[in-house]
Ligand binder design. Structure first.
Ligand code: HEC
Length: 136
């Protein structure tokens, strides 16, 4: 009886975490769990991720920068690099290759966060961003 109950709880927990990031594979779920541990929070916010993505910040070079500078205001659209190279849509609904490879995700997060914010993104910023991109 007791065993049945804990199995049910484990199943329920699985359902909740799988449900929040239903589109993510196992490796990516591992990365999300890492961000959750580092941030010390149980759930990320797509709403916060949306704000984070759109917020313009003044860079020390004197220009406004944001994630939307390259990925456009609507991440379901194609974007453009500063030299005009096309970037495929960031939203996973439009581009199934997005958020499938944790190494690629971490590499670009590091690079782009530094370009926009002049620092690395916090685990919460990263988790919120990925949740937003996988739910729109
Ligand atoms: C200067 C242009 C530029 C800006 C600004 C930018 N990115 Fe990107 N981003 C790129 C390019 C180029 C790629 C790699 C090409 C590709 O994957 O299509 C990329 C890829 C990514 C990826 C890889 C996703 C995957 O699974 O394929 C993530 C995550 C990402 N960016 C997050 C961000 C975040 C978060 C911000 C804001 C802090 C941001 N980017 C701002 C240009 C930019």
């Amino acid at each position: 009886m007791k065993r049945g109950l804990s199995a049910m709880i484990a199943l329920a927990a699985l359902f909740v975490s799988a449900n929040a990031y239903s589109a993510l594979n196992q490796e990516m779920n591992g990365l999300i769990e890492k961000f959750q541990k580092e941030a010390g929070i149980k759930a990320f916010s797509a709403e916060d991720g949306k704000k984070f993505f759109a917020t313009k910040r003044m860079h020390s070079k004197g220009e406004e920068r944001s994630c939307s500078t390259c990925h456009t205001a609507d991440p379901r659209q194609k974007g453009k690099t500063v030299v005009g190279k096309v970037i495929e849509p960031m939203a996973q609904s439009m581009n199934k290759e997005r958020f499938t490879d944790p190494k690629k995700v971490e590499k670009w997060l590091k690079r782009n966060c530094e370009w926009v914010l002049e620092r690395e993104c916090t685990p919460k910023e990263k988790g919120d961003f990925i949740l937003y991109m996988t739910t729109i």
